[in-house]
Design a protein around this ligand. Structure first.
Ligand code: FAD
Length: 198
């Protein structure tokens, strides 16, 4: 179950067997100008089936959602051996109960996922900007995140480190992010830095 059955960039979809590694699907999609958005830290070693079973997300889920928002259809085998086809290949598929959604995150308790139709996205045009911002306290950072989220720049990643984490990182890496007593640090990424965004 480790084959990419079809890459369909014209439909922004791919059909993959459940044992395909997340990183391999993403790499194959990138070769044709697209990407697979769910990016758990285990991306190079985890399977699409495992990602579906755990509804894996990653840093980019802020913008692109978790696995749930990126799976359109499933083939699953039930305990009695029946093969079910759930969902489809369209972005809008709202007839009847959403059994695809029910399977996502069910950790193998409902059946075995053998194939998935997933959503691919075009690699964005323009520059990606990654940066750090430091704050004198966590509340100031929280306010900044609210303003940023409401601003329309649509960051693809936001990660927060508190003082304890900053100190641990400085010690581990031999760097000095917190030398001026910063209490909180925000790592941000805009994968599409539109004019004026910075
Ligand atoms: C280093 C590391 C970093 C991680 N980072 C993140 C992260 O950033 N974000 C995040 O959300 N998660 C993260 N995780 C958790 C990760 O999402 C899951 O470990 C991963 O999605 C599981 O995929 P797997 O192929 O390893 O599945 P396994 O670990 O093999 O299985 C996980 C569960 O899914 C079930 N399962 C597996 N395949 C199927 C299938 N085909 N059909 C039905 N059930 C199935 C298994 O029975 C089991 O219950 C991380 C894990 C590691 C080890």
């Amino acid at each position: 179950l480790n084959h990419i059955v079809a890459l369909q960039p014209e439909n922004q979809t791919a059909v993959v067997e459940a044992g395909v590694l997340n990183g391999d699907l993403d790499q194959a999609a990138r070769e044709v100008g697209y990407f697979y958005a769910p990016d758990p830290g285990s991306k190079p070693i985890s399977t699409i089936g495992g990602n579906i079973a755990t509804n894996a997300g990653g840093m980019a889920s802020l913008k692109y959602g978790t696995t749930r928002e990126n799976v359109l259809g499933l083939k699953v085998v039930l305990a009695d051996g029946r093969l079910l086809e759930l969902g489809g290949a369209t972005f809008k598929n709202n007839a009847s109960y959403d059994l695809t959604d029910l399977f996502i995150g069910s950790e193998g308790t409902l059946g075995v996922v053998v194939e998935a139709t997933v959503r691919l996205r075009p690699i964005p045009f323009g520059d990606t900007v990654t940066g750090l911002a430091t704050f004198s306290d966590v509340h100031a950072l929280t306010h900044a995140v609210q303003v940023l989220q409401a601003s329309g720049v649509n960051p693809s990643m936001l990660e927060v480190l508190n003082r304890v984490s900053i100190e641990a990182l400085d010690e581990y890496e031999g760097i000095d992010l917190g030398g001026r007593g910063e209490q909180a640090l925000l790592i941000f990424q805009l994968d599409v830095a539109v004019a004026g965004a910075l």
